[in-house]
Design a protein around this ligand. Structure first.
Ligand code: SF4
Length: 287
């Protein structure tokens, strides 16, 4: 009999992004263990401060309904191992961890230097496993589906992360789960994430396709301020490799202020443009 990909052996950390896919994965893993996760299988949600409130509520609701202990972590330079343990009540909601990281670096992340993923998410989750749980080696369980072959290939190619001791496991991809399965499953559930799929992760993440950014700016114009403010910062001239372009999240399209201005004056294109979301390197910002 073949092994159930959702019966994860510990020590393992499940990265819960707060999206439908990773929530589905979590529920399948809980189910594969008879309804209760083993003590050496942890669930961690890394909050950037730019998650939508609906995402935070969803993470809390999944934990409560499924009786799963979900650890909430945030980047904080002044805390041991740069990691603060928070909760639904105390989690940052105004981009504070993300902005503190940008201020420390002196420039904003971009698709080629996506340090937000590594500092705000991956490293915080790894810190929790290494320093709070005391593990030297563990499985890092990510919610990449079978219909995300590029990302799956990249993660598999990485193999064991020698630097941290984490070995990537992708049970959804192993089980052949696609977005269609996930959507069908959520349609049957008594609760759901109260966001459209393009609204997940950081609210106006620079990796989102332009039509998504425009649509979100139209529906929630107040969200643009934070991103415009980050690009308006002067930046540290002493920052390694600093150049004027490094104050922008994307150099291949308008800055956030100009995008926002266009949305305000011209509205949003009726149809999604053909641009697809950036599929860059190692990213655990799954949906
Ligand atoms: S969702 Fe986007 S902005 Fe947020 S951490 Fe991931 S890559 Fe960075």
């Amino acid at each position: 009999m073949s092994r159930d990909p959702f019966r994860i052996a510990g020590p393992a950390v499940i990265s819960f992004s707060g999206g439908r896919t990773s929530a589905y994965m979590l529920k399948r893993i809980i189910g594969a263990h008879g309804g209760v996760l083993p003590d050496d299988v942890a669930v961690v949600f890394a909050n950037t401060g730019k998650e939508r409130p609906e995402t935070l509520d969803f993470v809390a609701e999944c934990g409560a309904r499924w009786n799963a202990h979900i650890v909430w972590v945030e980047y904080d330079w002044d805390e041991p191992h740069r990691t603060r343990i928070v909760s639904h009540n105390s989690a940052a909601r105004n981009g504070e961890p993300f902005e503190a990281l940008i201020d420390r670096k002196g420039f904003v992340p971009n698709p080629r230097m996506r340090f937000c993923t590594s500092f705000l998410k991956r490293d915080r989750i790894d810190s929790y496993a290494r320093y709070w749980l005391g593990w030297k080696r563990w499985s890092s369980v990510l919610g990449l589906r079978a219909d995300e072959p590029k990302r799956v290939r990249r993660q598999r190619a990485c193999g064991a992360r020698k630097r941290t001791g984490a070995t990537v496991q992708l049970p959804l991809a192993d089980a052949g789960v696609t977005e269609r399965h996930v959507r069908a499953w959520w349609a049957e559930q008594p609760f759901d994430l109260r966001l459209e799929s393009h609204e997940g992760n950081c609210d106006l993440c620079f990796l989102k396709a332009r039509w998504k950014i425009e649509a979100i700016m139209r529906d929630r114009p107040e969200l643009a301020d934070w991103w415009i403010a980050q690009e308006a910062k002067p930046g540290k001239s002493s920052a390694k490799g600093h150049c004027p372009d490094m104050r922008l999240f994307r150099i291949d399209r308008e800055d956030y202020a100009r995008l926002f201005d266009q949305v305000q004056r011209q509205g949003v294109l009726a149809l999604p443009d053909p641009e697809i979301d950036w599929e860059g390197e190692d990213c655990i910002c799954t949906d």
